[in-house]
Write a protein that binds this ligand. Structure first.
Ligand code: ADP
Ligand code: MG
Length: 308
């Protein structure tokens, strides 16, 4: 199984090397398809005045405000800054698997989650979205659905106070006002916006399904970066709204039991696969040390060990 973490770290070295290693397509094992469609129930309710007044015309996002990305040198947004790297290649293969899967099932909204903070969820979501956005035909939105600890704006080097989803859900902004175009990438971006006092309450107002429906009228891919599934109830809410879920785990950190608990927290039919982020050289924070010894080894294991 592919190890995106390692790939990201090796990216700079590989870039100058020209051709990609023979095992570059091993990332195919990252993803195992499932055939059943997610049973998705939408609870539509009254929209705020600003949202009501908005017509969901396809053109509303085509003329979105353009943001110039200014990622830091260590942003690891390889699909934006280092297309020739091995890591970017692995995201391309992951994207290809998703496109193939899409031919067999409904697959537009993809939630990227994990079991705990700092497993690389946001990084995987951002690179996957950047990769999907390279298509000239299919339109891709990266949605920062982490209303507790959003990181995508700063990773791209955008103003962190950009109005986003929370303003839209509150009815303070129209949807078209908070969807931005990322210059030079083909990607659209919907930031989390101002942190709500109670994210779950805001998500449960019933407006979110309608927002996603309207986004879905224009976008072909909606990649949703979510909080970790275990400690945060709002992630489960995202799971219900997604067509498929990618679970990011960090090799040497994420415990097998935590993965099992995470998988139990949403409909297994929605599981697209597990993305393994392995990086032995990253120093773990105190948070991680609570997890103790690594129990998940994915590098040479058969993919079936992580996907069921
Ligand atoms: N492949 C990687 N190599 C090195 N550092 C990484 C890698 N992936 C993520 N990180 C770092 O780990 C931290 C957590 O990543 P992030 O994607 O924000 O995790 P999450 O969304 O799961 O909380 C960030 O500081 C990020 O830069
Ligand atoms: Mg994150």
């Amino acid at each position: 199984m592919s190890q995106i973490f390692e790939a990201l770290q090796r990216a700079e070295a590989e870039r100058s090397g020209g051709s990609l290693p023979k095992n570059a397509d091993s990332v195919a094992d990252l993803l195992q398809g499932v055939e059943q469609e997610i049973a998705r129930k939408q609870s539509l309710s009254e929209l705020p005045a600003a949202a009501k007044a908005e017509s969901p015309k396809a053109g509303s996002f085509a003329s979105a405000k353009v943001l110039l990305p200014a990622p830091a040198a260590d942003s690891r947004l390889v699909c934006l800054t280092d297309q020739g790297s091995l890591a970017a290649e692995k995201f391309r293969v992951l994207g290809l698997k998703l496109r193939n899967l899409r031919e067999r099932r409904k697959l537009k909204r993809i939630a990227v989650t994990g079991t705990a903070p700092e497993e690389g969820k946001s990084l995987v979501a951002a690179n996957l979205a950047l990769n999907q956005a390279r298509s000239k035909v299919l339109k891709t939105l990266l949605l920062d659905g982490d209303l507790r600890r959003p990181t995508l704006s700063s990773r791209f080097g955008f103003d962190r106070s950009l109005p986003g989803l929370s303003e839209c859900l509150r009815g303070e902004r129209q949807l078209a006002e908070v969807v931005y175009k990322v210059s030079g990438s083909g990607l659209w971006f919907l930031p989390a916006g101002r942190l709500p006092e109670n994210p779950l309450e805001l998500m449960q107002t019933g407006r979110l399904p309608e927002v996603l429906d309207r986004l879905g009228e224009f976008f072909d891919w909606i990649i949703i970066d979510t909080p970790p599934v275990l400690p945060v109830a709002d992630t489960t809410f995202w799971m219900k709204l997604a067509d498929g879920v990618l679970v990011v785990i960090r090799e040497g950190v994420t415990e097998k039991k935590a993965i099992e608990r995470a998988l139990d927290s949403f409909d297994r039919a929605a599981l697209l696969g597990v993305v393994v982020n392995s990086c032995s050289r990253i120093e773990h924070t105190d948070y991680y040390s609570r997890y103790g010894q690594a129990t998940v080894r994915t590098g040479e294991d058969p993919p079936s060990a992580e996907n069921e």
